[in-house]
Design a binder for this molecule. Structure first.
Ligand code: AMP
Length: 552
């Protein structure tokens, strides 16, 4: 027996239709790439998305065509996205922080036919376009007046191109499992891998992300997604914000402390999200100027582990609730969020910060387990760590072209490549990337725990821990530190600071100070590069015999 409810395919353009119908006058504010702050509404944005759809179709694009974007978060980028999806074409967000050769590789792999690009990245595109034979058109997200000279034969100013369509157009209809978008993972090893979102997965993810115990956003919120649309759909906010009718504030290309503060303040932002690096810059700006955050209620911090000191500052000094989140491009991207179940809701002070160090628990729509190397599920005891595996309706079931098949098993579980433990209340904590974990005498040492501990020292700006070869223990931890300006903390000072806070045999064998730690295009520490750099590093004799000290 079948249910007798309507077929109403979950298609992304229905999100912008809803926003225009129910929240049509709600503002979408952007810091434009040309400079000024520009304002539009959901109703106007939908109208222009229809023009994009109509104009793309006239240029010969349709179902399944990959339409790339190389752009900051702005209303123009958003309307180009919805317009692309509305004809069943596939938006493909490119990360401008990648090397030009990587970008060309990704565009060729995806066979991008058309590209929307911000003025900022035009020189980059001039360099790579000749290497991408499938690319037949470049649409520069600006008007005729600001359109620069370009060596690209097939480039046009967006506003001119868009002006040739009147928007009298109906969204195309197709099946909800149709591809909606693509995003390649940054992959620190091997070639990048293509994640392909569907209309259904995007709509479901947007609903899941908006739930009260996930991001918990509403039409009364003013949302500033600092996290870029090219970083896994701005963590879903590009869809959740219009779905709930929240005012949207798009930061364009300026993510420094003063620029973000200006938008938080002038637009009275209540909700924002970004990686820790962005929040470091904002907190530094607040400290230097003595400014406060009277409007901001929630900040989502993810992409890499949220330092304890950061959660503490936001919550205690500025009164802003921190939601520590974990996710992956392959998960659309939300996997877990650190909102408080009743079991933890009464916690205060250090006990609360302890829980905020965890990456939280999965919302409806994400199943999660940790397994050992034999694929046996591990207990939820908050300490036994293993490989973190997930499944759900907005989790990848394959990569584009079939790469990385070994990460997917027959029961639908996706091996995240992260190492984690889960506690009795379901809260997960990442302890490492599987390839970064240090194996010392057959036991695992979490590099993230050690890094979090080291950055708690007042002289440390940033820290990374890697395993270096050791004749007896296979690998031992080396702590690499970028000191705060003017500070030169010694090995002894740092090690004694860490002593007693982790098992003795976890303590790094050595400490080196560096000016800079290399990062990937998405802001993660490049452990591979560090391991290469310190491959020959000779550890001094260990002060403690790791195996003897274990269990002490
Ligand atoms: P990406 O697909 O580029 O978003 O990278 C996903 C990876 O980032 C995850 O597999 C984790 O290794 C890491 N990651 C994301 N969020 C966190 C977090 N809150 N804490 C620690 N690692 C994180």
């Amino acid at each position: 027996m079948l249910g007798l409810m309507q077929e109403w395919p979950l298609l992304c353009h229905k999100i912008v239709d809803y926003a225009a119908a129910q929240h049509g006058a709600r503002e979408v504010v952007s810091r434009s790439v040309e400079g000024p702050i520009v304002r539009t509404t959901y109703a106007a944005l939908r109208g222009r998305a229809l023009q994009v759809a109509q104009r793309l179709e006239r240029d010969g694009y349709g179902l399944g065509d990959r339409i790339a974007t190389l752009a900051w978060n702005t209303a123009r980028h958003l309307e180009a996205w919805y317009g692309t999806m509305g004809i069943g074409a596939v938006y493909h967000t490119l990360n401008p922080r990648l090397f030009p050769e990587q970008l060309a590789w990704i565009m060729n792999h995806a066979e991008d036919r058309c590209l929307f690009v911000d003025l900022t990245f035009l020189p980059l595109v001039e360099k790579i376009a000749p290497q991408v034979p499938s690319l037949r058109q470049v649409i520069v997200l600006t008007d005729a007046q600001s359109m620069p000279e370009t060596s690209l034969a097939n480039a046009v100013a967006y506003e001119t191109w868009l002006g040739e369509a009147d928007g009298d157009f109906a969204w195309r209809q197709f099946e909800e499992n149709t591809a909606a978008g693509m995003c390649y993972t940054s992959g620190t090893t091997g070639d990048p891998k293509g994640v392909v979102y569907s209309h259904r997965s995007n709509v479901l993810h947007a609903m899941i992300a908006a739930l009260p115990d996930a991001m918990g956003v509403s039409s009364r919120d003013v949302i500033l997604p600092v996290v870029p649309m090219f970083h896994a759909n701005a963590w879903g906010l590009a869809q959740s914000a219009p779905m709930v009718g929240a005012k949207l504030v798009m930061p364009g290309g300026k993510m420094d402390g003063p620029s973000i503060y200006e938008l938080l303040d002038s637009e009275k932002v209540t909700f924002t999200a970004a990686v820790p690096t962005v929040w470091l810059m904002l907190l530094q700006h607040l400290e230097e100027t003595g400014k406060t955050l009277p409007h901001l209620k929630k900040v989502v911090i993810g992409g890499s582990a949220c330092p304890r000191a950061m959660a503490e500052k936001f919550e205690r000094v500025y009164g802003v609730e921190v939601i520590h989140a974990w996710g992956m491009t392959e998960m659309s991207p939300l996997g877990s969020l650190g909102t408080m179940k009743p079991e933890y809701a009464g916690l205060e002070g250090e006990a609360l910060l302890d829980i905020k160090q965890k990456q939280g628990y999965p919302p409806f729509g994400v199943e999660m387990k940790v397994t050992d190397d034999e694929n046996r599920a591990q207990p939820w005891d908050g300490k036994t760590f293993g490989r973190l595996k997930v499944r759900g309706p907005a989790v990848s079931r394959a990569y584009y072209g079939g790469a990385g098949a070994e990460q997917f098993d027959d029961e639908g579980w996706f091996d995240t490549g992260d190492v984690a433990h889960i506690d009795a209340h379901g809260y997960m904590q990442i302890t490492d990337r599987a390839k970064d974990v240090i194996k010392s005498g057959g036991e695992w040492i979490s590099t993230i725990d050690l890094e979090n501990l080291a950055v708690g020292h007042p002289d440390v700006a940033e820290a990374a821990v890697i395993g270096v070869a050791h004749p007896k223990w296979d690998e031992r931890p080396l702590l690499i530190v970028v000191p705060k300006p003017g500070a030169r903390p010694s090995r002894e000072v740092l090690l004694s600071f860490m002593q007693g806070k982790v098992a003795k045999w976890w303590l790094p064998d050595d400490v080196v100070l560096v000016d800079e730690i290399p990062h990937t295009a998405t802001g993660k520490i490049q452990k591979m590069a560090l391991r290469e750099q310190f491959r020959e590093h000779r550890l001094p004799d260990a002060e403690v015999e790791p195996r003897a000290a274990r269990g002490a």
